[in-house]
Design a protein around this ligand. Structure first.
Ligand SMILES: Nc1nc2c(ncn2[C@@H]2O[C@H](COP(=O)(O)OP(=O)(O)OP(=O)(O)O)[C@@H](O)[C@H]2O)c(=O)[nH]1
Ligand SMILES: [Zn+2]
Length: 289
């Protein structure tokens, strides 16, 4: 007999499937393990539970998914940055592009504000204020967490960001849990990848997914000519571009470039756009050469 449930945790090739209030430890049918489409936390599945472990038979259609962090069927992605490790805003922009392309609402959090000057936080977030909710928080002192709670009530949210920005610490603070957190290595100020699996936690009528930190996001699955569509801050101005399909790189009379010059579009975000544009183009050309 088949049951329907939701994958709430994946660890070492095993899947925890929630049905009602009970979690069933499951393996996956061989045919599912051998496809490109791996099973993700957040997937709705049909499964057998007569034997232990149970067995996932099929993955039901998804509303959306992300490859990094690997998660399916979410409403919001809570992108976390902090003073340390040093924020990588190219990475943030790539997570945004993936979120918009999957119709996931992004929220940007600057954590560990107990360690920094407020002006530093403001300048880091200012380029994003036009397009999404930005929140300054401290998992340590609790500052700003209620703002996050208000935004995510009743929604499925996944945390995303580099290792050691404080994703698990924020979850601990919001949910009153005591999950293991890590530290930064002293010399290079990089995280040590403390969280090694993806898992959903429930509270506030919300589902919050803790994920593993990552510092690279390659292979955006879009063509560079479409990249501009995933920049909501460009949209108003791209209507003024002289050429239809303007990529806002080298075309004359480009509304986006004019907006950058006037300070209406964040200059650094535009510069990162060019970088990501070239990265996508180069990797596509390499693939086909
Ligand atoms: N001062 C300060 N330290 C924090 C804050 N939040 C987290 N930390 C510290 O940052 C370090 C990393 O925190 P984690 O919660 O493990 O980070 P993570 O993003 O979950 O890391 P991974 O699991 O490796 O992806 C720990 O030493 C935390 O104590 C904060 O708001 N202020
Ligand atoms: Zn243009």
């Amino acid at each position: 007999m088949l049951f329907k449930g939701k994958v709430v945790k994946i660890l070492a090739g095993k899947y925890w499937v929630l049905e009602g209030n009970t979690q069933y430890l499951c393996s996956a049918r061989g045919a599912l393990r051998n496809t490109d489409q791996e099973i993700l936390v957040g997937d709705n599945v049909s499964f057998e539970k007569a034997e232990i472990p149970g067995r996932i038979i099929d993955v039901l259609p998804r509303k959306n998914y992300l490859v990094r962090p690997p998660v399916a069927n979410i409403d919001d992605v809570l992108i976390v940055v902090a003073k340390e490790p040093k924020p990588d805003f190219v990475l943030v922009d790539k997570i945004l592009i993936n979120s918009y392309s999957q119709r996931i609402r992004p929220i940007l959090c600057y954590n560990k504000i107990d360690l920094v000057d407020p002006t530093e936080v403001d300048s880091a977030l200012s380029g994003y204020g036009q397009i999404l909710d930005t929140i300054a928080v401290s998992a340590e002192t609790g500052f700003g967490l209620s703002e996050i709670e208000n935004l995510i009530k009743g929604r499925s949210v996944c945390l995303a960001g580099q290792s050691a920005v404080g994703k698990t610490s924020m979850l601990n603070a919001i949910l009153g849990l005591n999950l293991k957190t890590g530290e930064l290595s002293d010399k290079i100020k990089r995280g040590k990848n403390t969280t090694r699996h993806v898992e959903i936690f429930k509270a506030l009528g919300a589902e919050i997914v803790d994920t593993c930190g990552f510092s690279m996001l390659e292979n955006l699955k879009i063509h560079e000519s479409e990249l501009g569509y995933y920049y909501p801050d460009f949209l108003d101005y791209s209507e003024r571009c002289r050429f239809k399909g303007c990529t806002h790189i080298s075309e004359p009379s480009c509304g986006v470039k004019e907006a950058v010059e006037k300070g209406l579009v964040d200059k650094e975000r535009y510069e990162r756009y060019i970088k990501i544009y070239n990265e996508i183009k180069d990797s596509r050309e390499k693939e086909f050469s």
